[in-house]
Design a protein. Sequence first.
Length: 202
Amino acid sequence: MLYRLFGFSKAPQYVIHVVIVATYRGGEKMEFTVQLDPRGFSKKPTEEETRIIRKTIKPVELSLFELRDKLCYGHTVCPAIFEETGLFAEQQVFFVDVDGGRTVEENLKIAEERKILPNIIYKTFSGNAINQKHRLVFVLDRPIRNIRERNRLQRQLNDIFGGDERTSDEKRLFYGGNVCYFYNPFDCLCNLKGGNICNAAI
């Protein structure tokens, strides 16, 4: 089946318009923890569905390949992990929510120029060919356990890629989508001392 050529375990809900799939599978061996809702959606969840998601979402360990699969079948993710008290514990995956203003091609050009390549770019449910609302997903080489460091990196990524500052909260839920624009299993993001960020091979 054609969808297996693109690395998906089952046929996507909708036609994939643009997919860049690397043949190297080394990134699939790297695992990290995010909060994931077990239910996939074919459209943006309603307020009532979101309330249910907040109760059913739970930490799971995923590979990059599995995360891409879940996002493109409409699963909701909260990238941050919290202690039982509700305090921030750690975060290794970062999302940048581009709610219009920049195209996927423009952000990929910026990523290449800055040498900060995302691992996944996917279309939001409300995006279309004219208004290319999309999310960039970055996986770090290790978790961040300091909330200030976490907030600084989130601001940096938002500034670079035109992300919506309203989605910077560590408790933010990110809905999945139905189209994967870009997949990069080659690199992870290194958060260096001094607040600098760069790519490193997985």
